[in-house]
Design a protein around this ligand. Structure first.
Ligand SMILES: [Zn+2]
Length: 618
């Protein structure tokens, strides 16, 4: 839920209340029916022994028994979310909880676990304190962590809730470890109370990670909004350059919608190995990168891409969102076909924003679009799974890959990023350069986020896209989004005078289609490509490769087959589950493509005009 939704909630409650007053006359308190005091929930989180990787949580409920129905039932159920928005996997955060106790007026009350993530507390007391500990030893953007150096809170994995207490303001008091001085979070600080924060409801609390420790910070203003960057991990950086570049990226991102909905924004940046990834939130984000992020130009651009991606999410997915993505059900999977839009088109925008901010040349941008097409076209799963299916099955496939995943799935990030490029081109062409993808994002923001205060359905999105493109987009939606059929790229690139060329060398070298890694010093098959020689002739993932044509294989199977021709037969000796067997394999043609996008030789004036608009060439 967002701020506007919260105001709407207050208005609804007030409207209902005032109607009751009109019907029943003024509510008068008497001894039998005392007025119900407003319930409050305060979480006090501490980490007195950070080296043990534990957060201690006190969840203090006040005046809550009427709202929770504990007064009537004699008990109330306290729950821990099972997943965190933005990361579509059931993570079972309750697995890290221990030492759950509840007390009223200083006395322990009975409690028991009734489901994997639900504790039942047998008390009808108005004021209750629930205490539990959370083991926090996984430092990612979607889990909890605390050690001797710092603490990081993923709220979904730390804060429990009661269903009836989700839509009231909630307070968080952080008690940092005794030598720690800094707390960074997107939560609203409570004036005059150190390390104390407030969220208007549980959704916003869940959407606000917290960094605690002695991290450095710097600030900048972009689009008139104050931004804070919290830097964890010993890392060398040029603060002046970094804040100037953050500002450039953020302001270029803000031009897409033309309105910045935040009053402040926080970046939490973890510099840790292996580094890579981020998680978006309503007015903050956590980025994970390496200590080398600012060391080379290539690394730096990759980092700025990550900044642009997570920052653009503050609009796309946090506010411009499919109907399934908020308000959330924290106990179950939340299904949508549109992660290709929410994630993939954010990936499209991350590079488009860097192009507009001048970090990518037009040529570099073309190279990035071509390489994302190469990536999906080289994955056999792109002919099996559509972008819509990839999104729907994120919970069981995207986030739970196995050795066969590249054969049967396509990432909604990479396919969605290509679809974003194609939809942008379709809108440019359909509107003669009058509009582009920005206009679609603006329409969705205005109509669904601001006006209707809800997410949109698949059909509503399609109608909006066709309205902005000024024509039907059957090919885009039926083939591009909902099928695994080949896309007619040429039709999308023709209006801007660009052609997609496969520059992979047409070699007669044979292709095996198996990759190996060294496991316990043994060359072992790690993947087998669908339709390849290895797939058809029966090499298996897990086979230890002993020899090819009686020559011992060291650590690299591919070196052993290089130089062999298409149609050549090789004998591969493998150890499979302790038995030796010889497998004859007939090498095939190399199916891999490598695309480049090149301007046509003699573009028409219409193509030239669209090309200039497409790539923001001044
Ligand atoms: Zn994302």
């Amino acid at each position: 839920m967002n701020k506007n939704a919260w105001l709407l909630y207050l208005l609804t409650v007030w409207t209902i209340f005032s109607q009751i007053s009109v019907l029943a006359g003024p509510v008068v308190a008497d001894d039998e029916n005392p007025p119900v005091a407003t319930p409050t929930v305060t979480y006090v989180i501490s980490m007195p022994e950070p080296q043990t990787h534990y957060f201690e949580v006190d969840m203090q409920l006040k005046n809550a028994s009427a709202t929770t129905n504990a007064k009537k039932n004699g008990y109330l159920d306290i729950k821990m979310p099972v997943w965190t928005p933005g990361s579509y996997l059931i993570r079972e955060y309750a697995k890290n909880v221990d030492s759950f106790t509840a007390s009223a007026a200083g006395k322990t009350v009975l409690s028991e676990k009734v489901r994997k993530n639900v504790w039942r507390v047998y008390s009808s007391a108005d004021n209750l304190t629930i205490h539990y500990r959370v083991y926090a030893n996984e430092l990612t953007v979607r889990t909890n962590f605390v050690d001797a150096d710092h603490g990081y809170v993923t709220p979904a994995g730390l804060f429990m809730y009661h269903d009836a207490l989700k839509n009231i303001p909630l307070r968080v008091v952080v008690q940092p470890y005794k030598t720690w001085k800094n707390v960074a979070t997107g939560l609203e600080p409570v004036a005059g109370a150190q390390y104390t924060y407030e969220a208007p409801d549980f959704d916003l609390l869940i959407d606000s990670p917290i960094e605690i420790g002695n991290h450095k910070t710097f600030s900048f203003t972009a689009s008139n909004v104050p931004h804070t960057v919290a830097m964890f991990g010993d890392v060398a950086y040029d603060e002046k350059r970094l804040s100037a570049d953050y500002k450039r990226v953020c302001e270029a991102a803000a031009t897409v919608i033309g309105e910045h909905p935040c009053t402040h924004y926080t970046f939490i940046v973890h510099h840790i190995p292996p580094g890579g990834g981020g998680l978006e939130h309503l007015n903050s984000t956590t980025l994970e990168t390496t200590r080398n992020a600012y060391a080379t130009e290539a690394n730096y651009k990759r980092f700025l891409s990550l900044v642009a991606h997570e920052y653009f999410h503050l609009w796309n997915v946090k506010r411009i969102r499919p109907v399934a993505l908020g308000p959330f059900d924290y106990e179950n999977e939340n299904y949508t076909h549109m992660l290709w839009l929410s994630e993939g088109c954010t990936s499209f925008y991350q590079e488009y924003i860097l192009r507009r901010a001048g970090f990518h040349t037009p040529e570099a941008y073309l190279g990035l679009v071509a390489s994302s097409i190469t990536e999906i076209e080289n994955q056999p799963g792109s002919r099996i799974q559509s972008a819509a299916e990839s999104s729907w099955d994120a919970w069981i496939k995207g986030y739970r890959p196995n050795e066969n995943s590249t054969n049967t799935t396509i990432s909604y990030y990479s396919k969605g990023s290509v679809l974003g490029s194609l939809l942008n081109l379709a809108i440019l062409a359909g509107s003669n350069g009058e509009r582009n993808m920005d206009d679609l994002m603006r329409l969705l923001y205005t109509e669904y986020y601001k006006k209707q205060k809800r997410g949109f359905t698949d059909d509503e999105f399609r109608r909006a896209a066709e309205q902005i493109a000024g024509r039907k987009l059957d090919d885009f939606f039926t083939i591009g989004v909902s099928s695994a059929e080949p896309i007619n790229y040429a039709a999308y690139f023709e209006p801007v005078g660009v052609q997609l060329i496969n520059v992979a060398s047409k070699t007669q070298d044979g292709f095996l289609g198996a990759a190996t890694t060294v496991v316990n010093g043994k060359s072992t098959v790690s993947s087998v490509r669908r339709g390849s020689a290895a797939y058809t002739d029966g090499l298996n993932v897990g086979d230890e490769i002993i020899s090819v044509d009686d020559v011992r294989v060291g650590d690299d199977l591919l070196r052993q087959v290089s130089g062999r021709r298409v149609g050549e037969k090789i004998n591969v000796l493998v150890n499979r589950a302790g038995l030796l067997r010889e497998i004859p394999v007939t090498l095939t043609q190399n199916p891999l493509v490598s695309y480049r996008l090149e301007p046509v030789e003699n573009p028409t004036s219409a193509q030239k005009a669209l090309y200039t608009k497409w790539l923001y060439i001044k």
